[in-house]
Design a binder for this molecule. Sequence first.
Ligand code: SF4
Ligand code: SF4
Length: 75
Amino acid sequence: MTLIINEDKCARCGVCDAECPYGAIAQTEDAYVIDPALCTGCVCYGAPLCEAACPNDAIHKTKDSLYKKCLGLFG
Ligand code: SF4
Ligand code: SF4
């Protein structure tokens, strides 16, 4: 699992950036983006902190192998 930001819903408030414990969210010229190489899906926190913090419901889960990647790193 990883997370993506829906540009159409994102208000560019920066709350998710401040919330991410891994520095995986960055502001580009046009939007906020999540770096899949840094995002762990917050599996060690039980739920994605950025998704919970976003006031606009702009962050959503996608399915991929990152959950397994994190387990490999921390499990
Ligand atoms: S918290 Fe939500 S609305 Fe704010 S920058 Fe992040 S994705 Fe966009
Ligand atoms: S799920 Fe966690 S690690 Fe990934 S971008 Fe959101 S806060 Fe950062």
